[in-house]
Write a protein that binds this ligand. Structure first.
Ligand code: NI
Length: 136
């Protein structure tokens, strides 16, 4: 019997979506306001979902207090109030889209969660726009 435990986290960060090989016009056609040259911010929300068996000794799948510490260290302290394009070297050459950011977050969290747990991340850029990734 596997249970999924979830914890939500938040960070605010700036970005710009841009392909340097395209004209400014085409960038705005594809990325909309996210292509504006002077960057803009989003209040990102994300959910970390850890799925596994209940430990009979504790009654827990994964300790939420430990998950809170992992999320604070790996994600919130890393992203909050940063300019993703400029401050985070991995995004100097890839667009900080929801898709690319969620893979990056999943990889960072995965390192701290034992392999026998399944891990899924959900990442919201706005109330309406969100992505999910489970490593597959
Ligand atoms: Ni944007």
């Amino acid at each position: 019997m596997k249970i999924t435990i979830n914890r939500k986290g938040y960070f605010s960060a700036a970005h710009k979506l841009y392909n340097n090989y395209w004209t400014k016009q085409k960038n705005i056609e594809i990325f909309g306001k996210c292509a504006y040259p002077n960057y803009h911010g989003h209040n990102y929300e994300y959910i970390v979902s850890v799925k596994g068996l209940i430990n009979p000794e504790t009654g827990l799948v994964f300790n939420l207090y430990d998950l809170k510490k992992i999320m604070k260290k790996e994600i919130e302290e890393f992203f909050d109030h940063k300019n993703i394009n400029i401050d985070i070297k991995e995004f100097s050459s890839i667009n900080p889209t929801l898709e690319n950011i969620i893979i990056f977050i999943w990889n960072k969290i995965r390192k701290s969660i034992p392999k026998y747990f399944e891990l899924k991340i959900t990442l919201y850029e706005t109330i309406n726009n969100f992505v999910e990734y489970d490593g597959k």
